[in-house]
Design a protein around this ligand. Structure first.
Ligand SMILES: [Zn+2]
Length: 379
């Protein structure tokens, strides 16, 4: 399949606009700007109207314009951004920070001329009624009776509708995730897929095919509960190289750099302190397969328990690249808004987190260099 670069090169020998897929025009303002720029060029270069020609009285200006267009066109084509799909769908726990994470990723897109989110896979807007919660133990007789009555009413009046909505939601999620079939990823010339705070058993159309797509040269980027996603699915856990094991209360945390030179270090240096975050414990993580980017030297909630506790890493996966960071629980890491309520992490820390993400994404899509050589001895 020709890349867009090749397509544009091809167009320069023939009618330009007809072969550019129409959906490309509408992916974002930036994209529209890029394309209207290119289309303007093409219009000027190839469909100069006689009306326009009559206005071009100065012949030398015409020649100069033509020369300028010829030199600018390949440059515009070369700047074609890396095309990304972002998924924030959850089949399990849903983080309250997801809206902030979506804003942050949008801001990364807008700040990066050579990164483009071409598709969002967001939670379908289908509300599923939630069953009454049992009273906290120990519960007195009155609250137990109250719960019993609520459950009887639920079973009688709401549960059939809740089950129907649940099926409807699942079908909508399945439909949305068709965008991650190997064929769809190839057809849309996707460079990277981002799982940002996804959870649960996402019904991907072809999980093995998805992992193989990454292995054949795609990029996969996961944030926070991306390791609390598809936990029983080997092709996925093998690729991301870890499974969420659990977490305790949020804590201040001191992170150590596994590679200070890597773009995902974001120039933060050897130590990165966060005022507060929910720190994951990760299992089934093979240090011989990954390059550690950030780690802790002791259990986040038990400083006496020393050891290596992974936080963020990169790896080669076949020809593909994977970047994962377990950070991203708290809204004040995602948001750089000083007025965000209940802020504990500073705006500076949030800006560092954003740089950490940007560096990791840019590395994963090949825009920046950085080693993926495993560094299991780092401590
Ligand atoms: Zn969390």
């Amino acid at each position: 399949m020709p890349t867009l670069l090749e397509e544009v090169a091809d167009h320069s020998r023939g009618p330009l606009r007809t072969k550019v897929p129409a959906f490309l025009f509408f992916t974002s303002l930036k994209k529209i700007a890029t394309f209207s720029y290119r289309c303007n060029l093409s219009r000027q270069a190839f469909t100069l109207s006689s009306n326009f020609l009559t206005h071009m009285k100065n012949k030398s200006l015409l020649i100069l314009s033509a020369l300028a267009m010829m030199s600018v066109l390949p440059a515009a084509a070369a700047a074609e951004p890396k095309r990304m799909v972002v998924c924030t769908i959850t089949e399990g726990f849903r983080h309250s920070s997801i809206p902030q994470s979506e804003k942050a990723l949008q801001a990364i897109d807008e700040a990066s001329p050579n990164l483009e989110i071409v598709k969002w896979l967001r939670q379908p807007e289908i509300e599923v009624p939630v069953a009454p919660r049992p009273p906290k133990e120990p519960a007195d007789k009155a609250s137990q009776d109250k719960y019993q009555r609520a459950m009887q009413a639920w079973d009688r009046d709401v549960k059939p509708e809740a089950d129907r909505k649940k099926r409807e939601l699942h079908e909508a999620v399945k439909k949305s995730l068709l965008a991650l079939s190997p064929q769809a990823l190839r057809d849309n010339r996707i460079d990277a897929v981002i799982f940002s705070n996804t959870t649960g058993n996402l019904p991907l159309p072809d999980l093995q095919g998805f992992a193989d797509w990454v292995r054949s040269g795609g990029a996969f980027i996961g944030m926070h509960s991306a390791t609390d996603t598809l936990k029983g699915a080997l092709p996925y856990t093998e690729m991301i190289c870890g499974i969420f094991e659990g977490h305790r209360e949020q804590v201040p945390v001191k992170l150590h750099a596994g590679d200070k030179e890597h773009p995902a270090n974001a120039g933060i240096g050897a130590i990165w302190t966060l005022a507060q975050e929910e720190m994951y414990l990760i299992k089934q993580h093979d240090r011989n397969l990954v390059r550690s980017i950030w780690f802790m030297r002791h259990h986040p909630n038990d400083p006496k328990q020393e050891g290596f506790f992974p936080v963020a890493w990169v790896r080669k996966f076949g020809e593909g690249r994977v970047f994962y960071t377990s950070l991203g629980h708290r809204e004040d890491l995602w948001s750089t808004d000083p007025a965000l309520p209940d802020r504990i992490n500073s705006v500076e820390t949030a800006a560092q987190f954003r740089q950490h993400l940007t560096g990791g994404i840019r590395w994963a899509v090949g825009l920046e260099t950085g080693s993926s050589e495993p560094n299991p001895q780092t401590n």
